[in-house]
Design a protein around this ligand. Structure first.
Ligand SMILES: O=C1C[C@@](O)(C(=O)O)C[C@@H](O)[C@@H]1O
Length: 769
């Protein structure tokens, strides 16, 4: 038994032309339907990739910077070519990324066909700041970058966002609780060394532009930071964090430093932030309607947070005015923020009444983030659920009186009985347990987040004290992950407790876990609201005692059973880990329609990767070593390699059956789930699918194909297919990347908290930066 780990007439940003939704996955899984549990689609925590804006991407580049065009093209998965001016770009360039020298693009950028092209001014800050002001004003978007180091991840994120391929907002508004870290640095450089730890628990990061201090040559600071300085600061921040950025220009009347005599100034900064691809801009309600509506119209794939602060001390949540402020705010916003100074603790309850009234009066309205300031208002900061602004001890100052950290809010919630202590488990096999000392990592996360939960690594046994029922069927069960993942059929077969759920039909299983066939996470959820609280559909009110589940876990007795108002969802987080790894340095469109090879010794080993490839709308999958479950065949074109001839054909034929688009060998992506003992075979196939020679690479626009190795190769790099892949011109990713991204997803599922990928890597002993 495992030991317990105790834890305490301005230019317009055109809207995307097409925003096609992705088709949902088939539910037709190859399994015994009699034992198929009810499927419940889980809330998407990271929205699935979309096709987004399909206009021709035109990159304007500075002197000597034409290489950036190829990098954009590679990130988007398209070839590139250079032209002279916008007038030269035609429908025939649809599948290309076009580069125009900034100098010559100026001639006709103002008269470009905005329905045909999306124009991006790519400016290397090393060439001097600001970029050409005419191009900045005229372009749709502006990408500021540094050459050394160059952050491809930043470029992938920028393009995925502006083209609408990845959008965070839908997932954020459905997450039960979200936090925004309000940074207050005069210079973002100071934040960078601690950014991983600063952002633990945050779902978005706010840059307070009015608090930035731009040094001047005479040793003083400019009254307000220039656009040029702000641009570089935003670039720096985005290079180092995956979090959506909220850009704020807080005015002097609302506890900020931006002067109020010229509202046009706010427009200039906020519009430029949209061009920089910032995910959210904070637009104060006092700004003239013309400015607010214009920004709303021009926001493209960014989102607007309307902001209202009242420091007078006379604001009343119960007043008519409060409601009319909300009504006005939501007109030009995707979310509304209302914040006031109060004098009496009871006003926190008035705010709660206001919150519920808004919900019932405007049921379809945008989400509201509303808190009170000062110590008296702190209670409201624990009750607000959407985008609660937080601070961190490592920040130089708090952004507003009474601000609390994520840890303080969680501790307060725990004290108030709103965040009860739960027992969480890492359920593992003896072999994996030795290899992955996960308990200290979870301990670190829970500590950092001020969560009261306890965590233990335990070993799964089909019967007795190590059986699933022993861990799950307890009052304070808070969820578990499995490492390695287990087949849910075998889970259900071995656990009379799981089989008894949902009135004997078995546990609820997410769509991903159902299709993939394996479970790596058990999530505890409140029962669906449709079920009466006293009579939950999923759980008998007094759980039956199971002959092999009556045991004590290492975290306490299991006798009390799951509370009646909760249900268990069996889920799979690993496919999201694969998806995040593949889209870290490339936009999703790099994979749309491409051909991939998946190597595995069983369908079970390949399934998470196949699910991720479906989400990425891959065109064709060649398989080696396993038989694909029929359900995957519905949305993916699958072809098993049966002979050398079939491999040879795949090397020369594109995903759609036409001759491969480039002289390089199709397919574009190779994913291997084969163990270290099959390294030689994997290495051989990787070589086979490498782009053939410099000429081929040049013809394919210098494309780097992608290799993902899902095998854990603990230490030994001998015969490592990842190394062979890199030598053969692939961008290679390994199990450590997938594990870290999967852990991020697991933490979101288990404790609803966002822990950055870089923190996970850091905590496991490796830094990425
Ligand atoms: O609007 C807000 C909320 C805030 O004022 C607070 O009260 O926590 C802090 C600001 O940085 C942020 O822009």
């Amino acid at each position: 038994m495992a030991a317990v780990q105790q834890l305490e007439p301005m230019p317009m940003l055109a809207r995307p032309q097409s925003m096609n939704g992705s088709s949902s996955f088939s539910k037709d899984v190859e399994m015994d339907t009699a034992t198929t549990p009810p499927a419940q689609a889980t809330v998407p925590l990271c929205s699935e990739p979309q096709r987004g804006d399909t206009r021709i991407v035109v990159i304007m580049y500075g002197v000597g910077e034409e290489n950036i065009v190829g990098v954009f093209a590679e990130v988007l998965g398209k070839p590139s070519r250079l032209k002279t001016c916008f007038g030269d770009v035609t429908q025939e360039d649809q599948d290309w990324v076009i580069g125009l020298a900034a100098e010559s693009a100026m001639s006709d950028i103002a008269t470009r066909d905005r329905g045909l092209v999306v124009s991006i001014n790519a400016h290397c800050t090393g060439l001097g700041m600001p970029p050409d002001i005419y191009l900045s004003a005229q372009c749709d978007y502006e990408f500021l970058y540094t050459k050394a180091p160059f952050f491809r991840r930043d470029l992938a994120r920028f393009t995925s966002h502006i083209l609408g391929q990845i959008c965070h907002h839908p997932a954020l508004i459905t997450k039960p609780r979200t936090f925004i870290i309000s940074t207050t640095f005069p210079d973002v450089h100071a934040a960078l060394p601690n950014i991983d730890i600063l952002t633990v628990g945050a779902d978005a990061i706010e840059i307070r532009v009015d608090l930035l201090k731009e040094p001047l040559a005479d040793g003083t600071f400019s009254e307000i930071p220039s656009l040029s300085y702000v641009g570089e600061q935003v670039m720096l921040l985005r290079q180092r964090t995956e979090l959506p950025i909220i850009l704020t220009t807080r005015c002097t009347k609302e506890n900020g430093r931006f002067p109020m005599d010229n509202p046009g100034l706010y427009y200039d900064y906020l519009y430029r932030a949209l061009q920089w691809g910032v995910e959210y801009i904070d637009v104060e309600l006092w700004l003239p309607e013309a400015i607010r509506s214009k920004l709303f119209e021009q926001r493209g794939n960014s989102r607007i947070m309307s902001a209202f602060h009242d420091f007078s001390g006379t604001f009343k949540w119960t007043s008519e005015r409060a409601e009319s402020i909300f009504r006005e705010s939501q007109r030009y916003a995707d979310c509304v923020k209302m914040i006031a100074i109060i004098n009496d603790h009871n006003e926190n309850f008035e705010l709660e009444y206001f919150r519920s009234k808004i919900k019932s009066t405007f049921p379809d309205s945008v989400p509201l983030s509303a808190v009170n300031m000062g110590e008296t208002g702190q209670f409201s900061r624990t009750l607000n659920k959407f985008f609660t602004p937080i601070t961190h001890p490592l920040l130089p100052i708090i952004a507003a009186p009474g601000q609390m950290s994520a840890a303080e809010i969680n501790q307060a919630l725990a004290l108030l009985g709103q965040l009860p202590r739960k027992n969480m488990y890492g359920i593992t096999s003896p072999a994996m347990r030795r290899g992955t000392p996960q308990a200290p990592f979870y301990e670190k996360c829970f500590n950092e987040l001020g969560l009261p939960h306890q965590f233990a690594v335990v070993e799964w046994q089909p019967k007795g004290s190590g059986c699933i029922g022993a861990w799950c069927n307890q009052k304070s069960f808070g969820g578990a992950y499995f490492n390695p993942a287990v087949s849910f059929k075998s889970l259900a077969a071995h656990s009379s407790f799981l089989a008894s759920l949902n009135n004997g039909t078995g546990p609820t299983v997410s769509e991903a876990a159902r299709l993939i066939g394996t479970v790596d996470t058990i999530v505890v959820r409140p029962s669906s609201s449709s079920a009466p609280a006293s009579e939950p559909a999923s759980m008998p009110s007094s759980p039956p005692r199971h002959k092999n589940g009556e045991s004590f876990s290492t975290l306490g007795p299991a006798q009390s059973g799951l509370p009646p108002n909760t249900s268990l969802v069996l889920d799979n987080a690993s496919w999201k880990g694969i998806l995040s790894t593949l889209t870290r340095d490339l936009a999703p469109s790099a994979y749309f329609g491409c051909a991939a090879v998946v190597l595995a010794s069983s369908a079970e080993d390949a399934a998470s990767a196949l699910f991720a490839l479906k989400a990425l709308k891959v065109g064709k999958v060649y398989t080696v070593g396993f038989k694909t479950p029929p359900a995957f065949g519905k949305d993916l074109l699958i072809e098993p390699f049966t002979s050398l001839e079939s491999i040879q054909r795949a090397r020369t034929v594109g995903a759609n059956g036409a001759a491969a688009a480039s002289a390089g060998s199709s397919p574009f992506l190779v994913v291997s789930a084969l163990g270290p003992e099959k390294s030689t075979l994997v290495g051989m196939l990787v070589r086979l699918f490498a782009s053939r020679g410099a000429a081929a690479a040049a013809a394919s626009g210098g494309f780097r194909k992608v290799f993902l190795d899902l095998a854990d190769r603990a230490g030994s790099r001998k015969g490592d297919p990842g190394v062979i892949a890199e030598q053969s011109g692939f961008a290679a990713y390994g199990a450590a990347d997938v594990t870290a991204f999967t852990t991020v997803e697991t933490l979101r599922l288990l404790v609803g908290q966002n822990v950055p990928y870089s923190f996970v890597r850091l905590a496991s002993g490796r830094t990425l930066f």
